[in-house]
Write a protein that binds this ligand. Structure first.
Ligand SMILES: [Mg+2]
Length: 381
């Protein structure tokens, strides 16, 4: 089976409302789709998103590198599952996001050929035979906007079954963040609640935040200090924090997990396919966390479509245990590119939504057309 046709679609999908983080405000999902077709007529899709502050990749950069990778892949045989990384690495060094995009589509093609689903392939790789049916994945809901809005949304989504939360911090003065977190924690008492600073705190403020009475009910604090902080600062923070410390922007795969764990600088990590370079290396990273007794949050970049959500969820269904929740970000989009978007049921994603052969969802070209980026045009490789 050879790759006969490759097309790239750079998209900018508006969010229902802007999402404000300490380093940026996101109004659109700047995301790239790859469409692959084989000489046997099979079709598959992959997705990756721009994340200048996480992977250093912009939509224009992703498009250029995907074009380069696509031009070199065209006409080649579909690699075996365990050779995908080598095949992509022979063409392009680094560029985890672009490789994740192609890997997603290639694994979808392999799953179609085997008449199985992507999550089943990954679950077999993970040798997960503890139970025949994977557990539903607990979905994490982000809170944002004014405190009144956060309180209203917390109540609304909790009534819908959500029990995992993320509060973005580091934008307001520290005293205001402490107050909001305290109010929201009391409202959501008993749930898994996290605060994500996206690296905004200075070390002393991070220590204050992580040891304050007001944050005592948080389950973990994510990327409190900048990726550019010294390793010693990360270790000091963890040693002085009363709360578990999660790293996100600082962790891209197994080597960083080992690096920070050896310095006793984390209690867990957030994994995203754009950082790990795809599902297979994501699976390795998830197992490295498990081996080291560290906790896992599985996440899509804010925001990605049902396609990336399906791939990331497949990883979750392969490993079964996501104590810090799954951040499925298509819920923040004004519209999805899949006619049957993945959705929460009582705050969980159930396996039934991903049971079809392949990755589980298929984008529709009319919806993709509505989502085209105004800056970049589709590219045929
Ligand atoms: Mg984060």
């Amino acid at each position: 089976m050879k790759i006969s046709h490759i097309k790239l679609y750079p998209l900018a999908i508006p969010l229902i409302e802007p999402i404000k983080m300490s380093g940026e405000t996101i109004t659109h999902a700047n995301t790239l789709l790859v469409y692959l077709k084989t000489n046997t007529g099979k079709e598959a899709w992959g997705e990756t998103s721009a994340a200048p502050l996480m992977t250093g990749e912009t939509l224009g950069g992703l498009l250029q590198n995907a074009k380069y990778l696509g031009e070199h892949l065209k006409g080649l045989d579909i690699p075996e599952l365990n050779s995908i990384s080598i095949a992509l690495g022979k063409i392009l060094y680094g560029n985890t996001s672009v490789k994740s995009c192609f890997e997603m589509a290639l694994i979808d093609l392999i799953a179609q050929e085997q008449e199985t689903s992507v999550w089943q392939i990954l679950r077999t790789l993970a040798k997960n035979k503890t139970q025949t049916q994977p557990s539903p994945l607990p979905l994490l809901r982000m809170l944002g906007g004014s405190l009144d809005k956060e309180i209203a949304e917390a109540a609304r989504y909790r009534a819908q079954g959500y029990r995992h939360w993320k509060i973005k911090v580091g934008i307001l003065p520290l005293t205001e963040d402490l107050e909001r977190v305290s109010i929201l924690c009391n409202l959501l008492d008993g749930d898994t609640i996290s605060a994500d600073a996206n690296g905004a705190f200075k070390l002393q403020d991070a220590i204050t935040f992580c040891s304050a009475e007001q944050t005592r009910k948080l389950s973990f604090v994510e990327q409190a200090i900048s990726t550019q902080s010294s390793l010693n600062d990360f270790s000091v923070l963890k040693s002085k924090s009363l709360l578990p410390i999660a790293l996100d922007e600082s962790i891209h795969g197994v080597s960083e997990i080992v690096f920070f764990d050896q310095a006793n600088a984390l209690d867990g990590a957030s994994l995203k396919l754009i950082k790990t370079g795809g599902l297979l290396s994501g699976l390795e990273a998830a197992y490295e966390l498990k081996r080291r007794n560290l906790k896992l949050n599985l996440a899509c970049k804010v925001a990605e479509t049902s396609l990336s959500a399906a791939a990331t969820a497949s990883l979750g269904f392969a490993i079964d245990s996501i104590p810090w929740g799954f951040s499925m970000s298509n819920q923040y989009l004004e519209f999805d590119i899949c006619p049957k978007p993945l959705h929460a049921e009582n705050g969980y994603l159930n396996i039934e939504q991903l049971n079809p052969i392949g990755i589980g969802v298929v984008p529709e070209i009319n919806l993709i057309t509505q989502a085209h980026s105004k800056e970049y045009s589709p590219v045929l490789c």
